[in-house]
Structure formats: C-alpha cells, structure tokens
Design a protein around this ligand. Sequence first.
Ligand code: ARG
Ligand code: ZN
Length: 861
Amino acid sequence: MSIQVKKRVDYRAPVFTITDVNMDVRLHPTQTRVSSTIEVKRNGEHDLPLTLDGDHLTLVSLTINDTPHTDYQETPGQLVVNQVPDTFSLTIVTHIDPQHNQALEGLYLSGGTYCTQCEAEGFRRITYYLDRPDVLARFQVTLHGDKDTYPTLLANGNPIARGNNDDGTHWVTWQDPHPKPAYLFALVAGDFDLLEDTFTTMSGKQVKLELYVDKGKQDKGHFALAALKRAMLWDEQTFGLEYDLDIYMIVAVDFFNMGAMENKGLNIFNSKFVLASQDSATDEDFFNVEAVIAHEYFHNWTGNRVTCRDWFQLSLKEGLTVFRDQQFSADMTSPLSNRIKHVRVMREHQFAEDASAMSHPIRPEEVIEMNNFYTVTVYDKGAEVIRMFHTILGEQTFRAGMDEYIKRHDGQAVTCDDFIAAMQSVTDIDLSHFALWYSQSGTPVIEVTTQYDADKGLMDITLSQHTPKTADQNDKVSLYIPVAFDCIDSQGQHYQDDDGQISNGMLMLDTAAKTLHFSNVSEPLIPVILGNFSAPVKVDNELNASQLLAVFKYAHDNFNRWDALQSLYSWCIVQYEKNTENNVDNQIWQGLEQVITTEADNHELLGECLVIPSFETLCQTRKLVDVGALNRAREAFCKAFADNLQQPLQTLFDKLPVNPYQYSQQAVNARRCRNVVLGHLARTADAQGLIEQQFANADNMTDSLGALKAAQISAGPLFDKLMTQFEERWNQDPLVLDKWFGLHATTERDDILSQLTLLQQHPRFAMGNPNRVRAVVGSFAFFNTAGFHRTDGSGYQFVTDYLLELDAVNPQVAARIVTPLTQWQNYAPQYQNLMKTQLQRLMNHGKLSGDLYEKVSKSLA
Ligand code: ARG
Ligand code: ZN
C-alpha cells in the first residue's frame, strides 16, 4: 500500500469527463460481473492517457468503441488507458467479490443482502471509473439476480424495464435522469418487507415512497416513513425545496459502517436509524431516526443537486445538511433540548478533536484517507459555522442566500467559497473576515474580564478572544464571532451597554478584544455570555456559585440558564479535586433545591439541568487530566448531589407522571426527567426497589434502559440480574442486543477486561458487524473512563489488541475506534506514556490500513 497525502491546494480539474454510464451487473457472491460502458470526452487540449481509479477489481476485458483495446496498464489503484480518441465509448468488464468484502465499501454481501456504499471513494471497488465528485454523469443500470433469493433489485432513479433471463434469474433496468458523481451510485438486491406511501409535492407531483426492511420487521418501519413525509414537507415550507424524482426509496441494512447514505433516490441506512417501536426503541432512538431520515433527505438538494467539487469541500454538504436537520428537529421536537444535545457533542467530541493531533479546519487542507474526515469537525462544527451565518444574516436573508446558492449551482460540483459568495451576494455585511472559520482550526476561547468602580457606579466588561495553537496550525488570527450577550445584576435587572455595541442581544466580536461600558450600576454586574451557544467557542467567565445561581434564576436564555448550572457543577467538581469540597456548602445545595422545586413542572429544563457534565466534557475545561482523580471527584460530587438533594429529588420523582407510552414531546420530557432523577437516586441507600419496579413495569424501552442504567451505577447483583433478564428477552433483536452489549462494556468494574473477553466470545458477537463492534469495543474506549484508562495500561492494550485484528477486516471502523487513544494530549503524563506505547505498537505493526496509519502516525508525530 502506498501512503499518499493529498492537498486541497493541488486540486486540478479532470482531464476527461464522463457524460453517460451504462452498467450491467450480474450478481454473484464471489464473482459478480460488472460491465460498464462509459461515454468519455477529453477535457481541453492535451494528449494525456485516460487514468481511471479502481480497487480490488479483476479486469476481464476492455474495448473502445466496441473494438478490443490492449494499450493499457494496470497499476495499484489505477488503470491507465493509452491512445484514446477525444470522444469515445469505453466498455470495461470486471469481476468483483462482494462476499469477501468485509470493509463494507463498494458492493458487499452481508446478511443475505447485496448493497453498496460508495462515498467517499467506494465506487472504484465496483468498476474502473473517474471516481471523483466533480465528474457528473447520467447512469443507467441493469441488475441481474436470482429471482427467489433476490426478488428486489434496486438502483438509483426510476425502473424502466424488467424481465426474466433463461437461467432463472431476473433483471431490472434503472435510469437516473439527474447527472451525478459516482459516490451517489447505489444498488441493492435482497428479499425485503416493503412499506409504501406517497407524498404530493408542493407543485402537485405524486412521489412514491418505499421503505425496505428485513422480513418480519415491517411494524418497525412506520415511524421512519412518517418522518420522511414530515421532512419532505418541512423542506418545501422552510427552503422551498421540492423532491425531483418519481420515487424515493430507503433500504435498511444491519451491516453498515456509518449512519446512512444519501444515494440519489435510493438511501441506504443502518437499520439502527430506521427501525423503531415503542418496546424496542428509546425516545432517543426515535429522535435519531427522524433526524437521520431528514438528514439524508435534505442531502437531495444540499449534496446531490449541488455537490462538492472535491472532498476537501465535504463540509459544504455535511455542515449545511446537519444544520438543516438540526433546524428540522428543533421544529419537530423542541429547540432547547436540541440545542443542548448538539452543544454536548461539540464540547465532548469536537473540542477534543481540535485539541488532538487530528485537529483540522472544517475544510481540511491535507488528507490521506478521506474516510477519516467524516468528523465532528466537518459535520458538527461545520453546522455551527452555517448556524453563525444564519445568526449574522438573520432568518430571511439566510433564506435568500440559500435560494441564490441553489439557483447559481444547481447541477454543479462546487466549493465552500461558492457557498460563501452566494451568501455574500445577498448582504451588505462583509463576510470575508467571517470566512476564516473555514480555514482556521482550533477552539477559540473568549475570556471575560470585568472592572467595577463602586464610587462612580461604572462597570467595564471586556471580551477578548484567542485561539490556542493546534497540531496542524501554529498561528492563529482573531475571528469574527457572534457572541450573544446579556448582563444582569444579582436581583435580576437587565442592563444595556452605554454605546450600544450590543444590538439585538449580540456582540460581534471581530477584533482581539472589545470593552463594553455600563454606568449607573450599584453592584458588580454579571455578564451572561453565549446565549443559545451562538458560536462554537469556549468561554472563560469566572463567575462564583451565587452568580451562577443568579444567572439560572434571571437570564432570559434557557441555554444560558442550563449552562450556568453546568458551570456550577464543574466548579463543585474542582473543589472535590482540590480537596476543598467544604466550599460546596449549604448555600449551594439550597440553591439547587430551589431549582428543583421552582422548576418542578418544567420537565424539559429540569431533565437537562439535573445532568452532571460528563467526564469527557469536564476534560475539555482542564489540562493534563489525571483521569483517576477527576473521575473520583466527579463521582464524589454525584454522590453528594444525591445525598444532599435526595428529598426534593424523591418528591420530584414521585410527582412525575407515568402514563402509557406515547412519543410526544411532553411525554419524552417527563420520561427523560424521571430517568435522570432515577440515576441520582440510584446513588442513595434505598434505590433498589425503585429501579426494580421501573424495570418490571416499563411499557417502553426508554424506561427499561433507564432502570438498567440506574442499576449499572452500583454494578451490583441487581444489575446482573436485570441484565440477564434483558438478554433473555431481547436475544433475537440485534438493535436491542447492541444496547445490552454497550451497557456491559461501559460498566465500571475491576474485572471489566475479562467481561469484555466474555462479550467477544458471546455467540452473537461478530467482528464483521460494525454496530456490535462499536457497542462493545467502541463504547468501552469512548465511555468506560475507569476501564479504558486503567493505570496499568491494560485498557489501552486491550483496545489496541482488538484494533490490530479489526484493521485487517474493516479499516474504517478501526480508525473510528482508535480516536480516544489518539487524544492522549489531554491526559497527565503517566497516562500519555501508556497511550503512546500502544499507538507505537500499532505503528510498528507495519501492515496498517491507510485509515489507521493516518490517525496513528499523526498522533505520534
Ligand atoms: N454522506 C453520509 C451522510 O452523512 C455519510 C457518508 C460517510 N462516509 C464515510 N466514508 N464515512 O449522510
Ligand atoms: Zn450527510
């Protein structure tokens, strides 16, 4: 394998283009025959050969304009065809082996279904092609497969003909009228249950909706199909975007490397994001199904109709589409819990990525393996950048910019700069400074300092920004940061700054620092920063406990209120770390008790506010973390929280309604709040009964799992007993069983490593099943703090041993799971050394995939 670094600045337009593709695919487990005829055109004046991409292909024949052509070379990864005319028809026949394709890229056969995954560069595993997103062609595909085993044969677009062959196989021809890059190609063959519906678009066109699921799982598909219709309607109403084919298909498969894929007219989904029923899916699962269904649907315009010129522009479609799905989810459910959910992802994972060797701007500069750049930075920080456009421009102007973007670029493969230019064309605000968000990596820190002059009644509040250097960039500049700003006193009065620098509650921090002046003040004011998380930054705002409680009480922005309590908890945990826990005094507990009693009916807010920041979030506000010490401090605070607040928590718990299951926002909020409270009560003496009762009485997966998680905290006999019952009940349901595996893998117990070994020997564990591998090894590495960071290094070693095996099977999944190891910078030296030892072991292995090599080598550089 040759390791090749590709750079954004090296982009060159393709020297040939392809206008039409006609494929004939005869499915066979180990020898699928792919005949592909492409219409090729020389691009510009040159006499270069035609160089096609190809991987894991066996070339059978090659003809140009129906005449055998022998002047070509096969090199690793490429086919160079010499002496080609300016315009010609090239037919290439190859054989591929879907059954042994365990990387799950290209065409693969698993669980009895053929399916494809081509983004980013998987199409080259199907046939030789110009496998790059700026080559857009019309595709026609004929599939042949055994009639009984594969009654369903699907590809992109519309079915235009079908028939039977003499050998017992049948065939279907599909035609996609929209030119598309190869990464949006898909085919599926299998035997499914089908759910059908229709949607009438805003211009009155009837679209057929088809959802394909494993036999017997039809009942679990209704929610997804209904969610699709909500997404279609929302995109018309919010962005004026209408669906453009006669049929929209979604197929759910159990073996899939990621969440889902927006192939034109034929989405392929990890079944985790399609199948949902009251007894087997949690509220969170329902939420995610709706969000992912919408995400893939929204790609039809932001991704498919307007696509990326090259893969460095990935955030063009992903950041924008994540923003769109977040807005949709907020409209379907509730803005506050959505915002908090996404901020948690930023603080737990994106900030960590930016602080690691994998740090990159939302538009990366250098890539070895593109699959490594489907990151929280490109996706989630990318969405935050789009959200800032929305904040700065305002809803209407943002919409005008979107209209202009689509109008200018429909049918094209474009860049992030094209997006910015479209937005610029509708506003007088100069966006050139703001655009640096695309090129600068790292998490900016906004520092808040105050000066109070009691005699004159004056207060100055200074906000200054700096971005710490990152692994990929030393020099940082000031960014253009929209900072939501509010200012209160201890009695809840709100204050305006003298010079009106704050407008509509926003300060545009576009220089290194800005100072706001306040007069006629009789006490130090409390700055309330970053309402609704108006920018993806950290805030260093040293408020004390009583100020934080005042913010909770009086701030207008619910995100700020939630965030104030998060800061308060974080401050308390610091006291436990420093053995000054006496500072966590009665005043604080009383303040928190008041939070619980005054907001007792606001289940949504309380359900969020009673969550103690995760270990991962806390890590991002500390340097060189002593894992053991922080974990113990956090746990000690959690215990004190439960003990000191037991009574109001118990009262709240008893008052929270338990009604027959319904997936409605109100019911979700109440369940969430109840389960969060149960988690706290689980740390008190008499919780066993509550947990057992909830587990026994639950009529839905949210409450069953809530009980299990509560039992997991003490990891005693009750947990073991409930887990055994749970396994017996759900042994046949892979998605629920993943939850069971995940719970075991995240339990903090001394013998966790032998537990993990047992899990891997479980008859239902399989290295070839990405969901299962993520449930066991992924959850352990990402979320079992005590186990993964064992001080003898055995947790790291365990994961590394596994990765060495997994990498040979599925590099993409291996490269995901290595992430926590590559983030060693965040930990104290004794942990760092042990982590680096294991990374070095990976490095020494010598046969690493490009995926793993890129992340491991960067993290050791
Ligand atoms: N475009 C897909 C989505 O976000 C994800 C594709 C991920 N591909 C990958 N190689 N990781 O909807
Ligand atoms: Zn996407």
